[in-house]
Design a protein. Structure first.
Length: 218
């Protein structure tokens, strides 16, 4: 068992090393190992973003900081990840129309979410085409197993007053006005964020956090 003071000392060492990267090390490489963005790593160094458990282990290992903590090997109880179906903004379906596919994929190798349950969705449409393209497989972790942070991408379900469901991807943003879920698209149909309110009789629910994606070969 390691004390909170010891953990905090290691975190401060990581932040200092990120601000002044050792020779041969880059924020970009560290971000890739941590399954996050270079901007997120930069914010860790600037002390404006938390560093999570697995991220700390990865950073200590990459930055070659002496530590009593050890990076455990990738563990996953799942041998395959189920494809739960298609995800597409602006397409409303009856709730029972969402059915799992018979297809599945190997788990996404994200150290940060080691041991967490994963599920996959097939992206359709253009509501997030600045980041993902039609037909990509999107890997997610359920919201109760993943931290929300500003700028992360999330699987969202919006249910209208008639019980129909829209399943989409959005970028999570915490603002002074509350939570906003933004599309990232060149398509003029998808420019306005979803807002967490029930003014139009609908309910917005975050189901999962995106941890990766890939584009299957044709």
């Amino acid at each position: 068992m390691h004390s909170s003071d010891e953990i905090q000392r290691l975190i401060e060492q990581v932040r200092a090393s990120i601000r002044n990267m050792p020779p041969g090390k880059t924020q970009g490489e560290l971000a890739e190992l941590m399954s996050t963005s270079r901007q997120a790593v930069n914010r860790i160094g600037a002390n404006t973003r938390n560093i999570y458990g697995d991220e700390l282990l990865i950073a200590l290992d990459y930055l070659e900081i002496d530590s009593p903590l050890a990076l455990a090997p990738l563990e996953s109880s799942a041998q395959s990840v189920p494809l739960l179906g298609a995800i597409e903004a602006g397409v409303w379906r009856e709730a029972e129309a969402f059915q799992a596919s018979e297809r599945s994929y190997p788990p996404f190798p994200a150290q940060r979410y080691r041991g967490a349950g994963q599920y996959a969705l097939e992206l359709r449409g253009s509501s997030m085409n600045r980041h993902y393209h039609e037909g990509e497989i999107i890997y997610c972790v359920p919201i109760d197993q993943a931290p929300l942070y500003d700028g992360c991408h999330v699987h969202v379900e919006r249910t209208d007053s008639g019980g129909r469901v829209e399943c989409t991807l959005k970028e999570y943003r915490k603002t002074d006005k509350g939570v906003e879920l933004h599309p990232k698209s060149t398509d003029p149909r998808y420019q306005e964020p979803l807002i967490f309110d029930d003014k139009d009789g609908s309910t917005v629910l975050i189901k999962g956090v995106v941890i990766g994606s890939f584009r299957p070969a044709p």
